[in-house]
Design a protein around this ligand. Structure first.
Ligand SMILES: NC(=O)c1ccc[n+]([C@@H]2O[C@H](COP(=O)([O-])OP(=O)(O)OC[C@H]3O[C@@H](n4cnc5c(N)ncnc54)[C@H](O)[C@@H]3O)[C@@H](O)[C@H]2O)c1
Length: 352
């Protein structure tokens, strides 16, 4: 297969591409605008492979999308390109509407026109896989026993989750109206290597190593269901190759944790693995800060369908995955430094 991956220079997209190149014989076209969140250095392990090619393209640019489809003739699209950080969506929702809604619409139209011209066999085998989030389902609230299933009604809280919810609806409408063979996945919070340091887990690790405060929203009681990013990459490839067109699959790690417990676990691991930090114990750096507006209390995924229908289960527990993650950051401080000081972008823009 030739797979067009959008957002392949991001956190999850790069894990998907590393997985495809390492574990399959498929070819990958990585289509990415390279916003602040896109980092080609996350693809150093595969970028020299003959089965990998990069196209710097904005998913809102229809002319360029048509060129990419015609040039590379993909058999499938895995659509991960998005603005993805909730705090940024609160400060400036415009980019989220543009990329997540207008961009997804533009990509769907380019894919539909390309797909409609394929021969019968390639047309029925084609897949448009839209990668989304459990945040579209809204807030389960504290003390509830419920989990998000594929039938849970949408009730997004932030500009980010609302824009993702809208993009999910567009994809399903393109299946129903035009017959484009789509699959949608909604996944819980990911963590693991190459995660941009504005997100909770890498932020805590890197601040702790420098003896800086560890900001925790509110009392840190928000509950998230954590999934190791490489487990997500395996799940996505499974859905792409075995999922039924028109279906939705929830993906989760069965790892519900309060944010404060995640932070404390990281601190304990750093106490063990990096006792020479400037401030030890690392937990003494925790600082409770004003909560995010509209902050959802609890997300939790029921991943029974993907297990039953496609046989996917995560390979990592939270304990094994978070240990690997902390160790990866300790072993890859050069990657982190180039993200933190902006050199990964400056060199790309010719400003170094
Ligand atoms: N991170 C999570 O925990 C999580 C969980 C569930 C679902 N998701 C979804 O998975 C996808 C990937 O998430 P991520 O954490 O890897 O995000 P990310 O922010 O790390 O990466 C996004 C990538 O998309 C690219 N991009 C942004 N706008 C673009 C545009 N207009 N055209 C082309 N490329 C563009 C960026 O350059 C970047 O490489 C997103 O759709 C997100 O909603 C993320």
């Amino acid at each position: 297969m030739k797979i067009l991956v959008t957002g392949g220079a991001g956190f999850i997209g790069s894990a998907v591409i590393r997985h495809i190149i390492a574990a399959t014989k498929d070819h990958v076209i990585n289509l990415d605008k390279l916003t602040y969140a896109g980092n080609l250095e996350s693809l150093d392990a595969v970028s020299a492979d003959a089965r990998y090619v990069f196209e710097q393209v904005d998913i809102c640019d229809r002319v360029e999308l048509d060129r990419v489809f015609q040039t590379h003739q993909p058999d499938a699209v895995m659509h991960l390109a998005a603005e993805s950080h909730v705090d940024r969506s609160i400060d400036g929702p415009g980019e989220f509407i543009q990329t997540n809604l207008v961009g997804t619409y533009t990509l769907l139209e380019a894919a539909r026109v390309y797909w409609s011209q394929l021969d019968v066999e390639r047309k029925s085998a084609f897949r448009f896989h839209h990668i989304s989030t459990d945040e579209v389902y809204g807030d389960l609230g504290e003390g509830s026993e419920h989990l998000f299933t594929e039938q849970t009604p949408y009730d997004p809280s932030s500009p980010y989750s609302a824009s993702k919810a809208g993009s999910d609806h567009l994809v399903r409408a393109w299946q129903r109206t035009y017959g484009l063979p789509t699959v949608v996945t909604n996944c819980s919070n990911n963590y693991g290597p190459y995660h941009f340091p504005e997100k909770l887990i890498p932020l805590v690790i890197l601040n702790a190593l420098e003896g800086k405060e560890l900001p925790v929203y509110g009392q840190g009681t928000q509950i998230r269901d954590w999934l190791f990013v490489e487990d997500h990459a395996r799940a996505l490839y499974t859905v792409l190759t075995q999922g039924q067109p028109g279906e939705t699959y929830n993906i989760g790690g069965h790892n519900e944790k309060k944010n404060i417990d995640v932070v404390l676990t990281i601190c304990q691991l750093l106490d063990e693995l990096h006792p020479m930090s400037p401030v030890v114990p690392h937990a003494s750096l925790i600082k409770y800060v004003q909560d995010r507006p509209g902050h959802d209390v609890r997300y939790a995924i029921d991943a029974a369908k993907i297990k039953k229908d496609l046989g996917w289960v995560p390979q990592e527990t939270f304990e094994s995955g978070i240990r690997k993650t902390v160790q990866w950051y300790l072993d890859n401080l050069a990657w982190c430094k180039r993200v933190q000081d902006g050199s990964y972008r400056r060199e790309r823009l010719g400003l170094a």
